[in-house]
Structure formats: structure tokens, C-alpha cells
Design a protein around this ligand. Structure first.
Ligand SMILES: *Cc1c(COP(=O)(O)O)cnc(C)c1O
Length: 379
């Protein structure tokens, strides 16, 4: 991109008012189907996630941490550094946690006061049944913290109905918006427990209580510091776009994209959906297992991008990088033509890497993907 110094559209903007900031929070609350307080945190989503844990996990308390991917592992580290006892429930990254696993852990450890859970994991492409888990956690009386960064806009997220006390979202996944701001909803129960925690961050960038005292309790009339204006405006646009389309329509598109890529991949030699069951597949990103023999997932991604540089493919991060690749369905990328182009690029990539049968499978894969896309809307 060339520098545009003559008409720099991102500069010289009027300040973002407190009223405007509050209006963006209200739009987020509506998207999250919550009547609880929503705080727009001025940093990437790891900020509210860490803020929630440091606020709601007192030293000596017990927390249940559910690990179904890399973010759950991160939460466990924060919980321990708060001095909490951590009970861990894990599920294979290629599946979902069963509500019965959570119920059993709560029965065996009645002192659990906080449950941390990831809704969907973009990195591993799986999603958890939060409605059922929320009911189990509510019955036990623990707080439920949910990382909904990779689910918001792509699948149902009913914060209040599901009993989620702390619901964290970001703009950079299915909303296809900014990564530099995020938001968290906080239930009244959660505020009570956070206020009672002497260790909860105060006068800190990680403090939820600061936002409560300096912003919410004052009726949201004066911002405590200069907001991340550009990011807030972008987040507002992202939410407005989902509302204009209709949340249900946005969800259906993301579902269709996931179903189509999974169906197409099943027809391609060597590729298979990484998440085993369709119901556990996150609509925001589809992960695929690369051919076991001699072909690295990163090579498949590179070859497919060489065939078509526009398709939203990337290799998985971390330890899965050699085995798993990812097709992202973020925002406008959850679109029929682009999804079919992704399947086509994968077939071409496999063919150039010498995978037998890839060329002849392309037509079948595209037909299967297209049929799955259509079926999602017909259902
Ligand atoms: C993407 C994502 C985040 C945000 O983290 P980044 O590493 O900055 O992308 C948080 N939680 C989950 C579950 C995510 O998928």
C-alpha cells in the first residue's frame, strides 16, 4: 500500500465522546443478549480474559479450568498465579467437553467457585456446548467465565440465558473487526464476588473494578482515560454490520461455510476434518488434518495459497502446525464463492505436492462443498 499523506482518513478525528463509548457498549450488550454491565476493554481480548481471572479467583479459592485448546491452557497458568487451586477437566482438542464431565468435577470438588471455559477455539476449530454446561455450573453456584472471542457472530451466544457471569469477546474473529479492543459482560453476582476479593486488581490496566467505580457507577458520563478511538469505531462498525445483516443470517453463513469446507475436505485425498463430529466444529474456523505421509500442513497451505492467494488459509499455530491447517470463515469470508475457492485451492495445492488422486477429486469436493452449503440453508 502506498502512503496516503494527502488525505489521511484516520487522523484529525473528533474525540470519541463518553456517550458514544457507552452506545458502543450497549450495542455489544445487545449482541451478547445480556442485560448485565458490559465494559469495552481497551486492549486485545487477552486483557479482559486475564482481568476476569485475576478479579474472580482469590488466593486459596478453587477454580475448575476446562481445557479444550490452547487458551484453556493459558487460563490455568493465570489461575495458579493468583494462588487458586486448579481442578482441570480436559477433552481432546478435536472434540468438545461433555457437560457430564463438568458435573462430575463439581460434585467431586464442591468448593469450586469459578469455572473457566472457552466457547469456540479458532486455533483448534472446536466448540463446546455452553448452554448445557451453564446449567450445570449455575446449579452448583460457581461463577462461569466464558471466552467467546471465536464464537461471537458465528454461533448462538446467549449470555444471560446460559448463565454466563463473565463473557469475553473480541472483534477480530467472526466480526472481522479490530483486534485492539474487546469487551466483557459482568453479572451482578460476579461484581459481588470481585468486590469481595481483596486481591482483585485495582488501579491497574487489568482492573474491572476501576471501570466499575470510575465509569459504570458514575453513569458512564466521563471516561477514565483516552479511549482507543479508532478501534472503538471499527468495533462499532463490525457490530452494526452484523445487526444490519441479522445475527441469525450471520450465524447461518458461518455454519454453512464450516459445513461446506468439512464436506469438501472429506472428498480430498489426505485431508480430513480435524474436529471429528460436526456438532463440535466451530463455525468461525475449520481445521483440517493434513496427509499423514510426508506432507506437512504448512506445505499444503503454501501450495494452496500459490494457487489462489485470496483464500483465508493458514497453518495451525504451535504444536499442531505440521499436522493441521485452518480455513478461516471470518465475516465476509464466510461466503459461498470464497469457500468453494478455498476447497479448489486445497485440491490444487495437494495436486502440486504430488498427492495421488487430488486432481480427479477436485470436482467431487466442490460438489460436496456446494451441496453442504445449500443444505445448511435448507435445514
Ligand atoms: C483468537 C482467540 C482469542 C484472541 O487471541 P489472539 O491470540 O490475539 O488471536 C482468544 N480466545 C480464543 C478462544 C480465540 O480463538
Amino acid at each position: 500500500m502506498t502512503a496516503n499523506t494527502e488525505h489521511p482518513s484516520l487522523l484529525d478525528l473528533p474525540p470519541l465522546s463518553a456517550e458514544h463509548f457507552a452506545a458502543v457498549e450497549d450495542k455489544i450488550a445487545s449482541l451478547l443478549r445480556t442485560r448485565c454491565d458490559v465494559v469495552a476493554m481497551q486492549g486485545e481480548a487477552l486483557l479482559p480474559l486475564e482481568a476476569c481471572i485475576r478479579s474472580a479467583a482469590p488466593r486459596g479459592s478453587t477454580a475448575l479450568n476446562v481445557i479444550t485448546g490452547p487458551y484453556g491452557e493459558t487460563f490455568g497458568g493465570w489461575l495458579r498465579s493468583c494462588g487458586a487451586e486448579v481442578v482441570t477437566v480436559t477433552a481432546p482438542f478435536s472434540g468438545a467437553v461433555a457437560p457430564e464431565q463438568i458435573a462430575r468435577a463439581l460434585r467431586e470438588n464442591p468448593e469450586i467457585g469459578l469455572v473457566s471455559l472457552v466457547h469456540a477455539e479458532a486455533a483448534t476449530g472446536n466448540t463446546n456446548p455452553v448452554a448445557e454446561i451453564g446449567a450445570v455450573v449455575r446449579e452448583h453456584g460457581a461463577l462461569l467465565m466464558l471466552d467467546a472471542v471465536a464464537s461471537v457472530g458465528a454461533e448462538p451466544l446467549l449470555t444471560d440465558a446460559w448463565g454466563v457471569d463473565l463473557c469475553v469477546i473480541g472483534g477480530q474473529k467472526a466480526l472481522a473487526g479490530p483486534a485492539g479492543v474487546s469487551a466483557v459482560s459482568v453479572s451482578a453476582r460476579a461484581w459481588e464476588r470481585i468486590a469481595a476479593n481483596e486481591q482483585a486488581p485495582r488501579r491497574s490496566y487489568l482492573s474491572l473494578l476501576d471501570w466499575k467505580e470510575r465509569w459504570l457507577d458514575g453513569g458512564r458520563t466521563a471516561l477514565p482515560h483516552a479511549p482507543a478511538q479508532l478501534e472503538m469505531l471499527a468495533l462499532e462498525q463490525a457490530v452494526d454490520r452484523v445487526v444490519a445483516e441479522g445475527l441469525d443470517a450471520s450465524i447461518a453463513r458461518h455454519r454453512a461455510a464450516s459445513a461446506a469446507v468439512r464436506a469438501g475436505a472429506r472428498e480430498l485425498p489426505g485431508l480430513d476434518p480435524y474436529v471429528v463430529r460436526d456438532q463440535d466444529a466451530a463455525p468461525a474456523a475449520t481445521t483440517l488434518r493434513a496427509p499423514a505421509e510426508g506432507v506437512d500442513a504448512r506445505e499444503v497451505v503454501a501450495a494452496a495459497l500459490k494457487a489462489d492467494a485470496r483464500v483465508p488459509l493458514q497453518a495451525a499455530a504451535g504444536p499442531l502446525a505440521a499436522e493441521v491447517l485452518r480455513v478461516n470463515h471470518y465475516g465476509q469470508a464466510a461466503e459461498r464463492t470464497l469457500v468453494l475457492d478455498s476447497v479448489r485451492a486445497l485440491a490444487t495445492g495437494l495436486h502440486t505436492l504430488g498427492v495421488a488422486g487430488a486432481e480427479s477429486a477436485q470436482g467431487r469436493a466442490l460438489d460436496a462443498a456446494d451441496a453442504a452449503w445449500g443444505d445448511t440453508f435448507a435445514a
